[in-house]
Write a protein that binds this ligand. Structure first.
Ligand code: ACO
Length: 401
């Protein structure tokens, strides 16, 4: 069939694929994912090797520009980011306007969007150089916004940390430096966070990334595209799952550790409850990120001397699920967020900041996907529908309705 002439003659053939389960939205050279075999690679490099050997900024460079950077290129990249790590003083006023109780993801999405007002040159970017400038700007400012969102909630003064530190180390300093204390870098925490951020850095065309690409496809600009991605990530079926997992594990702990009760709830189709941190649209055997994080959770908690009873509850739930026909038949396994919250908590990161941590990790992936989409000059994203509403109706005056 000549699709083009069919389209011209008939208005086209429209397929319906709820949740886009079988629909590819683009060609991409960034992330390879094989859900049956549990394989994840960034630009051809195995996630296991990157998590072990690389740091977050190196992986960000790799995702965005396609190659691992030389030491010289990495230093320039880091310096360019450092040079852009200040935000306009008025951003503080906007932050001040939010109630302390506001969820950090809403605040972060709004602040990221608000950055456009202070960086108007970041909107109409067409050349690679203009894109690069917008990219280092957002990589410089986003950790500041994330840390400040937390500090505002915690009642701490806003702080820029120390730009001479590494990207991740300085983020931790911006989060946790107390006015009366010297901040001391903790290698275990920095390494663990590097690993977590790398594991979250990209995951091809997931909900938030597809959102970034589709918003960006209207040439709306990088910052607002990222802001939309943050909003998409917020939901509990996506990035919000990491917060929901800890809340669920806590609830089980407070319920005498009765995992069986929660397993039964998750299987009961009349109950909307789902086992948070379980299941994945693409992984149908295991999520390779979950394996790395489970191991890291054990190591980090041991290194920090933290004992967390919810880690045992999590392991117990996983074991029960792996032996339960409901979960086995539906191929439901722990995903990246089942164990990540336990590590965040051991680092002292409060639960409502877990999803912002995911956003910080996913930022390079969103940027890489946005850049690829723009460089490939992809057309505006505009899905079709199958209309199921009323046929033509005659208008009724208001007194006759
Ligand atoms: N607990 C109990 N049952 C589940 C779960 C779960 N966590 N996940 C899926 N199921 C069941 C569904 O009820 C459905 O059963 P049915 O076939 O009898 O109707 C079947 O498994 C398939 O589920 P779908 O919702 O159709 O699968 P989908 O691919 O659309 O959803 C998702 C994937 C959203 C991740 C889902 O598994 C879920 O809600 N998990 C819990 C939330 C979560 O952990 N999200 C984080 C995902 S990873 C990430 O975004 C970073």
């Amino acid at each position: 069939i000549d699709i083009k002439s069919l389209r011209a003659d008939t208005g086209g053939v429209t397929t319906i694929d709820p949740g886009f389960k079988n629909t590819g939205s683009c060609e991409s050279a960034i992330t390879f994912l094989n859900g049956e075999e549990g394989i994840l690679r960034y630009r051809g490099y195995a996630i296991e090797e990157l998590a072990e050997k690389a740091d977050f900024l190196e992986v960000a460079y790799l995702l965005i520009f396609g190659e691992l950077p030389s030491a010289e290129k990495l230093l320039k990249f880091h310096n360019d980011i450092r040079a852009q790590s200040r935000v306009d003083e008025d951003v503080k006023k906007i932050l001040d306007g939010f109630p302390k109780s506001a969820h950090p993801m809403g605040v972060l999405s709004s602040l990221t969007s608000a950055l456009v007002a202070f960086n108007p040159s970041s909107v109409n970017v067409d050349s690679e150089e203009e894109m690069y400038n917008a990219i280092v700007r957002i990589l410089g400012k986003f950790p500041v916004l994330t840390a400040w969102t937390y500090r505002k909630r915690a009642g701490l003064p806003l702080d820029y940390g120390d730009a001479s530190l590494g990207y991740v180390d300085n983020f931790l300093k911006m989060m946790f430096k107390h006015p009366n204390d010297e901040y001391k870098s903790n290698e275990v925490v920095v390494d663990a966070l590097d690993k977590l951020l790398i594991l979250h850095a990209d995951h091809e065309q997931n909900c938030s990334t597809s959102t970034v690409r589709i918003v960006g496809s209207s040439h709306a600009g990088l910052f607002v595209s990222i802001s939309a991605g943050i909003a998409a990530l917020w939901g509990p079926l996506h990035g919000g799952a990491n917060q929901a997992v800890i809340e669920m594990l806590e609830a089980i702990k407070d319920d005498d550790g009765d995992t069986k009760k929660y397993m039964a709830k998750a299987k009961d189709k009349s109950d909307p409850f789902r086992l948070m941190g379980f299941g994945h649209r693409v992984y149908k055997n295991f999520d390779p990120r979950a394996r790395i994080i489970k191991k890291a959770a054990d190591e980090v908690l041991a290194d920090l001397g933290v004992e967390d009873p919810v880690l045992d509850i999590a392991k117990g739930l996983e074991k029960e699920a792996l032996e339960d026909p409901y979960f086995v038949d539906r191929k439901l396994y722990p995903n990246v967020d089942f164990y990540s919250g336990i590590i965040y908590r051991a680092m002292g990161i409060p639960v409502e900041m877990f999803t912002p941590m995911f956003a910080l990790g996913r930022l390079p992936g969103w940027i890489a996907q946005w850049r690829e989409m723009r460089l490939r000059k992809e057309p505006i994203g505009r899905p079709r529908q199958v209309y199921i509403g009323e046929n033509l109706r005659k208008f009724k005056d208001i007194e006759n309705r």
